[in-house]
Design a protein around this ligand. Structure first.
Ligand code: ZN
Length: 107
């Protein structure tokens, strides 16, 4: 999830230290799904596989989950989250084992 949305959701979930700015949000446009135009989103998880060699455990891959937003109608991942995580428009990863930073290390 992009940092902005993460902060908003975290603040909304904790329901403290979160004050809506003094504006009427109904007067402004909604963020839309870039595929179908729907304005409602739900959360989903993306799980990144971090090579253990980067974390001091060479034989153990660490799973690192993060929340992303998904269109509640068509299931498309929010464009900002797709861009942040280098995903294709249909939600597939463009980073694979052969082009991950781990394999660019010179040891
Ligand atoms: Zn959609």
């Amino acid at each position: 999830m992009t940092e902005d949305f993460g902060k908003i959701i975290d603040a909304a979930n904790s329901n403290k230290n979160f004050q809506m700015p003094q504006v009427d949000p109904t007067e402004y446009p909604s963020l839309c799904c870039d595929k179908c135009g729907n304005v409602a989103f739900t959360t989903a998880m993306i799980i990144k596989k971090i090579p253990g060699v980067l974390l001091g455990s060479p034989n153990k891959t660490q799973l690192m989950p993060d929340q992303i937003l998904v269109c509640s109608k068509c299931g498309t991942i929010l464009k900002k989250d797709r861009e942040y995580y280098k995903l294709t428009d249909d939600g597939h990863d463009t980073v694979n084992e052969s082009n991950s930073p781990e394999n660019k290390l010179i040891i």
